[in-house]
Design a protein around this ligand. Structure first.
Ligand code: PLP
Length: 394
């Protein structure tokens, strides 16, 4: 008899963004003249840069000739893109060979699919509040999930301690949803903990392009010892605006082994069974975003969003609310006033300022009482939202 994977029943209802949309719609219906602005979205809004689009056109043209047509791409990605990614690591002072880079269609899929190569009895450690993909993928796979609480007291950057359980450790820095960023010293403690206790870190660097503080690490491999305990997922989504184009990569160093078996080899085996690569046009476009012209385009977009983040952070600061993020991250995470719950604050902001935010409780228990604001909006909207925030009576 056919049965569904019963682990799916253990997933909590995916109601966060559905409920946000429902409340927004209901308010708009009752207040048809209200100018509602959305500061909740996690998707980019600026268009692709010209350098990227020109390269896409050129690559598409290549495919129209018999002599240069290309079929299935290599499972691990074209050498030209892996070389460009390797160069990017070099600029961080990190040596990552092309054979340690695996190109994919997204860091969401990689962060989730990577669980396929580990035993189902491996326990997964997740920092709460969390990008829900780590938690839900672990639940679907049947892995036991353990939580480490991120709180105001630890600045939403919890640290490992003796006796902390969890074989696979998801770390995300800059963090979604909190915008908190681990320092090199803090990451070193995680790396030492993982090496000493034979754990594996899955480091999500999807927002690394937002880091401007020279002392903060863009990659876990900037930390000594990381190659023997960590893999890293990264993406072109938030740097080059590829959320709709789809291109990302995972780094698995040669040194990373489990019981003498290469983790990289296991991943490539998994990919070769379940994945047929990323299109030539997309990989060429991703490569263009890593050229010097391409990097200029990336920087322009990032600084646009970060100006928004600064505007919003300043407004939250003026309200006297505790907050983090917004400096090396597109997200601002702030504490609701007067003991309000996340949803109470959501309703309050919608009603009093016509701003749509994301309730922190939607990212896990420790997010209760907090709000995430996103800077992926137009300047005018950010300015408008900031003005309304400053005028709030709380
Ligand atoms: N990792 C984090 C922390 C994210 O917030 C997101 C998307 O919002 C992703 C990964 C997904 O990125 P991609 O578009 O590469 O799948």
């Amino acid at each position: 008899m056919v049965k569904l994977n019963s682990n799916l029943e253990s997933l909590s209802e995916n109601y966060l963004f559905v409920e946000v949309a429902r409340r927004k719609q209901e308010y708009a219906k009752k207040n048809p003249f209200a100018k509602i602005i959305s500061m909740g979205i996690g998707d980019v809004t600026l268009p692709l840069s010209k350098v990227v689009v020109d390269e896409m056109k050129r690559a598409a043209e290549t495919l129209s000739f018999k002599a240069t047509f290309k079929g299935y791409p290599p499972y691990e990605g074209y050498e030209f893109l892996r070389e460009a990614i390797s160069e990017k690591y070099k600029s961080l002072g990190v040596k990552i060979g092309t054979g340690e880079i695996y190109v994919s269609d997204g860091s969401k899929s990689d962060a989730s699919n990577i669980l396929d190569i580990f035993n189902r009895h491996s326990e997964v450690l997740i920092i709460d509040p969390v990008y829900p993909v780590y938690r839900d993928s672990s639940i679907i796979n049947g892995n036991k999930v353990r939580y480490l609480r991120a709180t105001e007291e630890n600045n939403f950057l919890p640290m490992p301690y003796e006796g902390l359980l969890g074989d696979l450790i998801y770390l995300c820095s800059p963090n979604n949803p909190t915008g908190a960023v681990y320092s090199k010293e803090q990451l070193k403690k995680w790396v030492d903990f993982a090496n000493q206790n034979r754990r594996i870190i899955i480091f999500d660097a999807a927002y690394e392009a937002f880091i401007e503080d020279k002392n903060l690490p863009h990659s876990i491999y900037e930390i000594e010892g990381a190659k023997s305990c960590a893999m890293e997922v990264c993406s072109f989504s938030k740097s080059a605006g590829f959320t709709g184009v789809r291109c990302a990569y995972t780094v698995i160093p040669k040194e990373l082994e489990v019981n003498g078996h290469s983790v990289g080899k296991a991943w490539l085996r998994r990919q070769s069974v379940k994945f047929n690569g990323v299109s030539y046009v997309t990989q060429k476009a991703a490569c263009a975003s890593l050229t010097s012209e391409g990097k200029k385009g990336v920087l322009e977009c990032i600084s646009y969003y970060k100006t928004n983040a600064r505007i919003l952070s300043e407004a939250i600061g003026k309200l006297g609310l505790w907050h983090i993020g917004g400096e090396n991250s597109p997200y601002i995470w702030f504490k609701c006033p007067k003991g309000m719950t996340s949803w109470e604050m959501f309703d309050f902001l919608l009603r009093e300022a016509n701003i749509v935010c994301t309730p922190g409780s939607g990212f896990g228990e420790s997010g209760e009482g907090f709000i995430r604001l996103s800077s992926f909006a137009a300047h005018e909207e950010a300015l408008y939202a900031a003005q309304r925030l400053k005028e709030l009576k709380i």
